[in-house]
Design a protein. Sequence first.
Length: 411
Amino acid sequence: MNKSLKSGALLASAAAVAFLSVPTFAYGPARAEFTMETPATYVTFNSIVDNNKEVGNEFNFFSTSLYTGNYADNSWKDEITVEDGKEYILRMYVHNNAYSGSGLVAEDTTAYVILPTTSASELTVSGKIYSSNANPQKVWDSATFKSKNGEKFNLAYVDGTAEYYNTKNGELRKFTLGKELLSSTGALLGYDTMDGKIPGCIEYSGYVTLRVKAQFEQTADLDITQEVRVKGSDTWAESTAANCGDTVEYRIHYKNTGTAIQKDVLIRETLPSGQTLVPGTTQVYNQGNDGVIVSDNITSESGINIGNYAAGGGAWIYFEATVNSDVCECGDADVIQRAKVEANGGYQTESDETDVNIDIKACETPVTPVDPTPEKMPTTGPADVVTGVVAATALTTATGYFVASRKKLNR
């Protein structure tokens, strides 16, 4: 953004110089404009608007650039998009605009940098120059830092990087400034010494520089998924069909999807009552382990600790369970067994579930015999047997008498 477009000129009075309107933001205050050919007749800072080969319009005296280790390679901007962990240079130009040979020396010249201490997706850093005998006594400007995708970040001062540069007889000189530059006290500037005195004219001008580091706000986030299959099968899925007595395999994937390190990550599995962990089958695969066998505590209340994971890190956990035979007792419908896994990365807990479907056939109900009706059945008791025998005997006797009679008649 071109800060020279943020303010318009107003007519001056007796001096016939231009004044800037009050800016909406960025720099201020409204003050007289000067040029290199017509400098100020009094002590004032950073009010030359053209022909300054150092910075152009001096109202735009505070800017920033990505730190590359070489000042000559930097492109100075009023607004910059930051990246996590990168360093940026803040540069503040300091020029007493009083004309050369005037003997007008700025007194108590002090520089301030107002660095926000909060985190946000956009931060504004301001630079301010004060002089007790300047008009106006304070001038200021600012630069804006933004994140690309709206991430929150802060800007941290890089210790020992606050410095002031000027030249004398063509030689670049460097003076170390303290952290008071970032405080309400500010840091005294000067020319030969940092005594607050800066003579008028560009040959006495200089630069305050310091570095800040963009630190993105650390987020805690994780993801966990679980899949299952019958042992011997090739396909992992969120659900599978099994029979009683089968062994099923579980596969868990944990990933740190945040930006903060997650320490002592806990994995805990809650198996349904109809399944039992196969001892010695729990294995962990991660960057440091290629299938190490761990304890059987994965199904306990405490779970298992799989270690620490940086952003983007993760692990795979495998174990086996058997489908208990008592699940297959008589029932009226299929059984759906649901296993639940939880992961805790120290900041939040996530969970996932898988299903094991067991086909349970309804048992056949046995037929209960019905008691017969007594009246409809023939009588076959012992009394009937005796009566039959007697009747048969009587019939035989009668037959004998009949035969004997016949013989008598025929004689």
